[in-house]
Design a protein around this ligand. Structure first.
Ligand code: SF4
Length: 188
């Protein structure tokens, strides 16, 4: 009897989609991957909800707003193995720079003031800061995935290379931990 095809879900939280683009850089290896797996919820196929439980969840980006936390918790609930992919998911990446504004009385307010009003390159004569109710509420600071839910594996890189994705996914599909050669994950 042939083995059941694995199901993978992916999402981008506070990320730039660069990790997803790197996954697509698998190029011809995508055919090998698609021979073994089905993608469930993912921006790659525009499925916005889970249709079934998944074997592997790939998370790009950390959590900077309540929507990120909700989605991450959904992935934890629906995926057997959860993988933080890329530096934003693992350490917070570029968005976590706002956590350095800790000295202010209201760090989040100061961050928004700098981003929308105080920056020399901003043209905002009415000093407006977006606060439409449809916008997800920002968290007090940026959190890594592992600070919000249990994460099973981390795949470093900004983004992880297509080769790293290929090796890591091959292992995960076979139920093994990703073993990445040091040369593939050193950046100095
Ligand atoms: Fe983009 Fe790098 Fe963050 Fe991936 S790790 S989402 S490529 S900034």
């Amino acid at each position: 009897m042939s083995a059941r095809r694995k199901r993978i879900a992916t999402t981008s939280l506070a990320g730039c989609f660069g990790c997803h683009m790197s996954l697509l850089d698998l190029d011809e290896h995508l055919f090998d991957l698609l021979a073994k797996v089905d993608f469930d919820r993912s921006p790659l196929n525009d499925k916005k909800t889970f249709t079934r439980r998944c074997d592997i969840g790939l998370i790009e980006g950390g959590c900077c707003n309540e929507e990120n936390v909700r989605v991450l918790r959904e992935f934890r609930e629906h995926c057997d193995v959860l993988v933080a992919v890329g530096q934003c998911a693992i350490t917070g990446g570029v968005p976590v720079m706002r956590n350095s504004i800790m000295h202010a009385e209201d760090p989040l307010r100061e961050c928004l003031e700098v981003a929308y009003n105080a920056s020399k390159t901003v043209q905002n004569p009415q000093n407006l800061i977006p606060n439409d109710p449809v916008l997800p509420l920002l968290l007090d600071k940026v959190y890594t995935c592992a600070q919000v839910v249990k994460v099973d594996y981390q795949i470093p890189g900004c983004p992880p290379s297509a080769e790293v994705f290929r090796i890591a996914l091959d292992a995960l599909i076979h139920g093994a931990p990703p073993q990445l050669d040091h040369a593939l994950i050193r950046y100095d």
